[in-house]
Each structure stands twice: as structure tokens, then as C-alpha cells.
Design a protein around this ligand. Sequence first.
Ligand SMILES: Nc1nc2c(c(=O)[nH]1)N[C@H]1C(S)=C(S)[C@@H](COP(=O)(O)OP(=O)(O)OC[C@H]3O[C@@H](n4cnc5c(=O)[nH]c(N)nc54)[C@H](O)[C@@H]3O)O[C@H]1N2
Ligand SMILES: Nc1nc2c(c(=O)[nH]1)N[C@H]1C(S)=C(S)[C@@H](COP(=O)(O)OP(=O)(O)OC[C@H]3O[C@@H](n4cnc5c(=O)[nH]c(N)nc54)[C@H](O)[C@@H]3O)O[C@H]1N2
Ligand code: SF4
Ligand SMILES: [Mo]
Length: 683
Amino acid sequence: MTDTHCPYCSLQCGMRLTGGRGRTTVEAWPEFPTNAGGLCRKGWTSVDLLGHRERLTSPLVRDPATGELAPATWPEAIARIADEIARAQGAYGLDAVGVFGGGGLTNEKAYLLGKLARVALRTSAIDYNGRWCMASAATAGQRAFGLDRGLPFPLADIAETDVLFLVGSNLAETMPPATRHLDTLRAAGGQLVVVDPRRTPTADRADLHLQPVPGTDLALAHGIVHVLVAERLVDERFVTDRTTGYDDVRRLVAGFWPEQVERVTGVPADDIRTAARMLGQAAHAMVLTARGAEQHAKGTDTVLAWVNAALAAGQAGRIGSGYGCITGQGNGQGGREHGQKADQLPGYRRIDDPAARAHVAAVWGVEPETLPGPGRSAYEMLAALGDSDGARALLVFGSNPVVSAPNATRIGARLDRLDFLCVADIVMSETAARADVVLPVTQWAEETGTMTNVEGRVILRRKAVDPPPGVRSDLDVIADLATALAAPGEFGRDPETVFDELRQASAGGPADYSGIDYARIDAEQGVFWPCPQPGHPGTPRLFLDRFATPDGRARFHAVEHRAAAEEPCVDYPFHLTTGRVLAQYQSGAQTRRVRALAAAGQAFVELHPVAAQRLAVADGAAMRVTTRRGTTVVPARVSTAIRPDTVFMPFHWVGANLLTNDALDPSSRMPEFKVCAARLEPA
Ligand SMILES: Nc1nc2c(c(=O)[nH]1)N[C@H]1C(S)=C(S)[C@@H](COP(=O)(O)OP(=O)(O)OC[C@H]3O[C@@H](n4cnc5c(=O)[nH]c(N)nc54)[C@H](O)[C@@H]3O)O[C@H]1N2
Ligand SMILES: Nc1nc2c(c(=O)[nH]1)N[C@H]1C(S)=C(S)[C@@H](COP(=O)(O)OP(=O)(O)OC[C@H]3O[C@@H](n4cnc5c(=O)[nH]c(N)nc54)[C@H](O)[C@@H]3O)O[C@H]1N2
Ligand code: SF4
Ligand SMILES: [Mo]
């Protein structure tokens, strides 16, 4: 029996595994605090992935003669990759090789992948799928608070607040075990406000559900601050003592009358007033955003507008209150702290900061001048593949962009323009199927590593079963590549050794892990960063005394509301938004292969009965959904839960992302997954 953690989302639920590969069973691990024994369907069925018959077990190399992928030995595959890297860099320079990582990788893998890029490949072209996930909230968190850690408090704190705002989060389907906190909150007399264009299972639990037009959350937040000001609900003392920038925001929101905001958002003015009073009168309140508010070309500013609302109400920097971002992938948090992001070095350091470069270069045993500078963001890197200044060869670890990238037709075409594509994965994902070399790697319970969950809690995902013969850990692959490329310095293969190096590299940085070690994580069921020295207790709650800005104050931001990058018109009359369903995870590479989950559903487009009537279609009818970028056919799901002017598609199957808009947020570089203009027709 081994206590470990789920392969999927950022709750990183504790689970207990027994039995070897192919006959592993899951049980609850009730003592692990984040989920207290609760798991969702994906967690309960996750062992299907261990010993799965579609598991990759041999490296595959594309035969130039037949064009087919054929089994090869590990040395052959590594030699081929090293040759292709040398060829691309010899012909086009160091940045001709790109690395694309994932927020599902352990801290050790994310760290070593960043080191591979900066030390062995010396390329600036590295980024990861987290850019499509929490990047807007991360940028906003840094601007407002001086630090980005998803939740600045343990998850269980949300049960203790008086009013909880969930803005663009469908927690009941995306992190089901967390809903027990919503139930506890309400049983104790607390109130839940949900902001979502759909009446989701989360919104079903709400005391107040605001159903805005997609892409208008920023205006809604301004409307709420307007009411706080107008009704003297602003916490003047908190604003004076602990913030800066309020006056600009007060002036800006003066024009956001509730009736005016109703015209933009579709949310009734009285509901805006009610929401503002709930926030302004609560002894304790929390405002949490997730992808619904963040995945927009104005995602950063939208988050900042909601932070303004929390600050104006005096709801931050105290136990039981605060702003937080609900992170997404298993290691969405740690994945962006240790160097696989284009602008970062380990410890959440900036790659353009000379002191950070000197520190990390010393840990790596190289000269700071040899480290590349910042590279392009995820989408921009993929969209430039094959260009004269883009990558010609790409290594992908832990992402399936053929399904998950916005405007995926364009990205697929770019992948095809590469001279060389290598994908490390556990199964033949849609992206791996296009590769020249496919590397079969170990997955979650077959290896040990740390993850940093939604709470900023660093946890240890322990090995519970042996991997199938033939597969290697990502750490081995990275170390093999470093050797083949004659890289300077050490590339460890043992996760604990790599973690110890990560600790040193992070020391003194914003995300300081130097006091955390495997034994402590074990003994304490996770340690919250920052934890700057071995005796330090870790930091479950941030900002209680001061915010992490230079002056210790949180910052208001006077951000402008603007339209979505693409608004409906005569030809494309609906708002199309996208997201998740309970039974599938992300691009579906894993969960579509789990039998019990595959049986649970397929792609669909959700539309309101009024829209269905206008289109003369019934529930289940085949619908053609078209945007300026592509078209796909899926069955209709007719439901009163959605706004009549909006349709929704899950992105777990090929289709939704043929349609989505690749407009990017100017600072976080987050694509506008959550709104574009679409046409529906019976197919
Ligand atoms: N079952 C399941 N769980 C998951 C995942 C999964 O794939 N499947 N993935 C994990 C990951 S990586 C992530 S990032 C999280 C995401 O977790 P969530 O953010 O909760 O998930 P989404 O479904 O992407 O979006 C949430 C809600 O935003 C709403 N929405 C759409 N447009 C707008 C808008 O303009 N404004 C507002 N306010 N809301 C809008 C959608 O209707 C949707 O209900 O889930 C994690 N958990
Ligand atoms: N339309 C639309 N698109 C979206 C979103 C949306 O809301 N709407 N959400 C976006 C968000 S928030 C996210 S996070 C992305 C996620 O989208 P992707 O980046 O595609 O994420 P996954 O499907 O989790 O892909 C992970 C891949 O890595 C493999 N894998 C699993 N474990 C390991 C490992 O240890 N090592 C290696 N090498 N591989 C492994 C899996 O089999 C899978 O193929 O999608 C984004 N795309
Ligand atoms: S909520 Fe997330 S971590 Fe927990 S069992 Fe479900 S998918 Fe796994
Ligand atoms: Mo995500």
C-alpha cells in the first residue's frame, strides 16, 4: 500500500494505491488534508492508466522511407534527437530548437527541462501549456500583490469565510472534492456568489448566480466597485493602511452605474447591487477567479478588476479573506516556478534579472552570460515554428497542443512545417502521432516527484507500481539528452537529488523551496512555500502582515473595460465559450482512454432552447459549429442552463479548438479561449 496523489488536477488529491501494475486499486487516504479522502470519478478510475494496453513501451522513430513510426532502441532514439538538434542549431542558430513543457510535470521535471533548455541547448525558445491556464492570474497577482501563488491560503479556509465569490470557476465539475467546503460554508450561514454564463452544478449551489455575457467580467467588477463607493461600503481604513492606487480606480468606476453595466454584461442592475452589498458588508469575504474570467485577451486586467473589488471591500491580507486564483493542472503552480516559462529561472526568478542569472548560473556551474534571455510565449512560439526566426526542431514534454491549442488548425500546420518533432508521452496523443521521434515515459504512480498544488502546498507523489519494461522517466530522457549534447554540469536522474538542486536554485527567490525536503513533506503532509530555511514552518497563509510589493502595499489598478477580440455579428451571431466536463481531463489523451470515462460521454455543443427553436433543432441533433477559423460537427445539447446568446463546447475532443480565437492578452499572452463569435446550423 502506498500513499500517493492523483495524476490530474491541481487539488492533487491524496489517494492510497494497492497491488501491482495492471491490478492496482484505489482507496481513500482520509488523512491527507486537501481532499480528506474525497476523490472525483477521474481519480477513482485513474488506475486504468497503469498497465493500459495503449501504453507506449518502446521509442518510435519515423522511417524516412515508409513515413511510418517504427520501434527503435533508446540509444538510437537519443542519437537521432541529438543529431537533429545539432543540424538545426548548426544551420539556424541556438534558438532553432524549441522546448514545450507542461504543468502536469513534477517540479523536478520542470526544473530539469528548463535547465536542459538554458544549459544544454542554450535556447531561449522554451515555454509551456500553463501559458494557456493561469498566466493571466499570475501576471495580475504579481502586479497587485507582488507575488503569484494560486491560493494565498489553504483550501479549507474557503469554508470559513462569510461570502465566497467564484468568478468563472465550475469547481463542482473541475475539482469536485472541493465542493464539500462550499457546503460547509453554506451550512454555517455563509453565502456563495457564482459568476458564470452557464448555470453549472457550481452555480446550482449559489445564493446568487450572475450570468454575464462571456468576456464582460471586467465591467461587472467595475460595477461592483462603483456600488461599494456609492453606498459607502469601501473599507477606507484598509485602503489607506494597506493599498495604493485607489483614487484612480474610484474615478474610473464612477461611470460604471449598475444600469450601465447591465447593458454591457446582461446582469440585472439589482443583482450587481446585491453582489456588491454582500461583498461590502461581509465580515470576511473571498474572491476566487478561474479560467472563465482569465482566458481572455483582457484576462490580466479582468483579474485586476476583481482584485480591486476585494481590496476596496478590505477583503485581503487577513485570515478568512482574500483574492485567490484556482490553479488548474496537477503542477500548474510549481510548473511555472522552476524555469520552463520563457521569462523565468527557478525560484520564480526573472530571467532578465542579473542577480537571478548570477545565482542560478552558479548553481548550474556555468557563466551567467551563457544563459539565454527571455523567449516567446507558448502560443507565439508554436505560431512561429518553421519561420526564419522560429524553431525548426521542437521537443514536447507533457502537452497535447494539437487538441488543446487555440486555433489548432494553424498550430497543426506549424508542427508539420518543422524539420523535426520529438514528443515524450505515455500514450500516442494526437501530437505524438505527428512526431518524428516518440519517447515512452513513466507516469505519475510509476515514479516519485513533487508537485505544488492549488494551495501552494508542495507534496510528494510517491511511486506505487513498477513501470512497464521499456519506458524511462522524463528525468532519464533529459539527462540522456544532456549527455548526448555534451552539456556542462550535472543532470540528475534521481528525483530527490534533482529536488535538492532545485532547492539551491530557488534559494532567495520569490518561490523559495530551500527549507523543504522529501522527509519533511512526508512528515507534514506537504509544506507551503515560501520555506526559506530548514527550520522554517512554511507559509500556509501569505500577506497577513504585508503584501509582497516593495512598499508592502497591495495595488489597485485602473484597468479599462473593452470588447472581446471578436464580437458576434450577422454571420456569426453567437458567443462561443469553451471549458470542461467532469468526466474528461484536458486534451483527453489520458481520460479518453479510461474505459469508464470514455463511456460517460462525447463532444457536444450546449445551447439554449430559444436558440434551438430558432434553428429548428432538437436535443441530440447534429450541429455544424463554424467560426472564422474552422468548423466542426457535434450533437446539440439543449439546456436552459446557458444564456440564449451563448453556446458552450468542451475542449476534450478534437473540434472545439478548431474554432477558438488565438487573440492574446498583451501582458500574460493568454489566448482568448473563453469567447469568440460562432454560427450554428443543423448538419
Ligand atoms: N473535469 C475536469 N477537471 C479539471 C480539468 C479538466 O480538464 N477536467 N482541468 C484542470 C485544469 S488544467 C484547469 S485550468 C481547471 C479549470 O477549471 P475551471 O476554470 O473551473 O473550468 P472551465 O470549465 O474551463 O471554466 C469554468 C467556467 O467558466 C465559464 N465561463 C466561460 N466564459 C466565461 C466568462 O466570460 N466569464 C465567466 N465568469 N465565466 C465564463 C464556463 O461556463 C465554465 O463553467 O480545471 C482543472 N480540473
Ligand atoms: N478551448 C479550450 N482550450 C483549452 C482550454 C480551454 O478552457 N478551452 N484550457 C487550456 C488549459 S487551462 C490547459 S491547462 C491546456 C491543457 O492542454 P494540454 O497541454 O494538451 O494538456 P493535457 O491534455 O493534460 O496534455 C498532457 C499530455 O502529456 C501526457 N503526459 C501525462 N503525464 C506525463 C508525464 O509525466 N510526462 C510526459 N512527458 N507526458 C505526460 C499526457 O498523456 C498528454 O498527452 O489546455 C488549454 N486549452
Ligand atoms: S479532483 Fe482532481 S486531483 Fe482530485 S481526484 Fe479529481 S482529478 Fe484527481
Ligand atoms: Mo489549465
